[in-house]
Design a protein around this ligand. Structure first.
Ligand code: NGO
Length: 515
């Protein structure tokens, strides 16, 4: 493995468009990158995208869609082995070290060749190619060019298999188009999981067969009393398909046995006193519980998990389990044990917030570490049962936390998180002793205070790009001083793409990134 040369000090000053070293635009940083300055390639007006057929074809189309608007070139996708002037995509890497998501990308003066073992790797490779080009490639109309791809040999694969983002649709609801826009943005940074938080006290967001009031009643509002909304089966399926086309697996979450106010308001039978309370649209947590042990609650659990399992091709079903302060410890353990078994019986792997470690977990369950205040005790308890961990420490990964006390959006119960806090941590050592049990990272975007795509973007970017590198790039290759200019280089692309982001003063944004 060749390590990445440290970036020259001069490139830090002129990050982005003026960056002398265009490989200094890559986020996440590839595991192995050798610059070959004598071998740059210029994409010409007659270039073709040569694919080996089969599954490479679709990635070729994705690449053409990516490059056509700004280049104005035809860029036909052709099935051939690649000739001079082509961008060639192949699935014959035959390299076990690359795994399912790795790729090689080689630029010579006659073309670009990306090879992978699997389509997911090829998709990651075209994201890297996009970043190697000038950020003008993001423009929606033809630009002057030239479209220089700097000479480079890259061999790349992720540190962690699970690199996720979470979106809270319950506190405020967002339409399918907004979720798809977020998927577009996440895919640029090789994120491969989208966790959807589909229910909470203030709203229920997914139609469940046989339980119509969950949406006719439970979906009607939001934090602060807004209008709410929900996904029909076909809306949800559209999101899953869109995500799949971007090599992103959807993990649906129904939060239980607490955070269930919207469900309790929809069905009196889920309440111990048999009375459906009005929906409480404040931000308070921990005040609701399913009536554990009631037959209606068992039926609800089976129906909801069954629906999620039917609609979700991915391996995980998230059953929540956080902050169930209104459920007794014994009811909690009984219910979450049962819920995990129902998920298992439906052929899926149970995932839950780390709190569910107090239940009996099937081996291979996934616990999501979030509450840094408990010092990792629950994460240890989960691992002791054979669970694996996704790391979402609230003090580094919670995208809803304010950047500074002056940030108008967001919460700050976990402190304020400037850009360095999102980057300077190691998932392997966050809870000491559990490195081998960590399968990845996830950035939760809770939406108590967020009501529009612009709000979501402002809190997610740049921190989600930082987390993407935390999840992809080996720890030894990461440091803030070489990362900051690479992060800065994303700014012009975000501006062209209309992505609203926080232009932190700690990042050396180029002039064409801001204002
Ligand atoms: C906590 C809580 C959520 C809040 C979030 C706000 C978890 C796992 N439960 O995280 O209900 O929305 O904080 O930051």
């Amino acid at each position: 493995m060749v390590s990445v040369p440290a970036m020259p000090a001069s490139s830090a000053a002129g990050a982005g468009e003026g960056n002398a070293d265009p490989t200094g635009r890559l986020v996440p940083l590839p595991i192995s990158l050798v610059p070959e300055p004598a071998s740059s390639f210029v994409i010409g007006a007659h270039a073709a995208i040569a694919v080996s057929g089969g599954s490479a074809q679709q990635i070729g189309v994705d690449l053409a869609d990516m490059l056509r608007p700004a280049t104005g070139f035809a860029l036909p996708v052709v099935t051939r082995s690649g000739s001079a002037g082509d961008i060639t995509l192949g699935l014959a890497a035959n390299d076990p070290t690359l795994g399912a998501e790795g790729y090689t990308l080689v630029v010579s003066h006659t073309g670009v060749r990306i090879e992978a073992n699997q389509p997911a790797g090829l998709f990651d490779g075209i994201q890297t190619l996009r970043q190697l080009l000038s950020s003008q490639i993001q423009a929606s109309s033809a630009q002057a060019g030239p479209w220089v791809v700097p000479g480079v040999r890259i061999s790349d694969y992720p540190r962690y298999a699970y690199r996720g983002a979470m979106l809270d649709l319950a506190r405020h609801f967002f339409p399918v188009a907004t979720v798809e826009k977020y998927i577009d943005e996440l895919a640029m940074y090789k994120i491969n999981v989208l966790h959807l938080h589909l229910s909470d006290d203030q709203g229920w967001r997914l139609a469940v067969d046989g339980w119509p009031a969950l949406t006719t009643v439970g979906s009607k509002t939001a934090v602060g009393g807004g209008s709410g909304g929900f996904y029909t089966t076909s809306d949800y399926t559209a999101i899953v398909k869109y995500a799949q086309a971007h090599f992103i697996a959807v993990v649906p979450e129904i939060d239980m046995p607490g955070h269930v106010g919207a469900a309790l308001s929809s069905y009196a039978s889920l309440n111990c006193d048999g009375v459906a309370p009005p929906i409480n649209t404040t931000e308070t947590v921990g005040h609701t519980s399913l009536c554990v042990g009631k037959p209606a609650v068992d039926q609800f659990l089976t129906a909801v998990v069954g629906e999620l399992a039917r609609l979700t091709p991915g391996p995980y079903i998230h059953i929540g389990g956080d902050e169930a302060a209104s459920t007794s410890a014994s009811d909690y353990a009984f219910f979450m044990t049962q819920a995990a078994q129902v998920v298992k019986a439906d052929g899926k792997t149970p995932m839950g917030w780390e709190d569910f470690a107090t239940a009996a977990l099937p081996t291979g369950s996934i616990a999501q570490y979030w509450d840094f205040r408990n010092g990792g005790a629950l994460a240890r308890q989960a691992v002791a049962q054979g669970a694996q961990l996704v790391m979402s420490p609230a003090d580094h990964t919670y995208l809803d936390q304010k950047y500074t006390p002056a940030t108008s959006l967001g919460l700050q119960w976990a402190g304020t998180h400037e850009v360095q806090d999102a980057y300077n941590w190691d998932p392997a050592t966050e809870v000491p002793g559990l490195a081998a049990d960590v399968i990845g990272v996830e950035g939760p975007l809770w939406t108590e205070t967020l009501t529009s795509l612009k709000d979501l973007q402002y809190m997610a970017w740049p921190r989600m790009a930082e987390l993407a590198e935390v999840g992809w790039t080996p720890q030894v290759q990461r440091n803030w001083s070489t990362f900051a200019p690479r992060l800065a280089a994303q700014g012009p692309a975000w501006k062209l793409l209309g992505i609203n982001y926080y232009a932190s003063p700690l990042v050396p944004w180029p002039e064409n990134a801001v204002g």
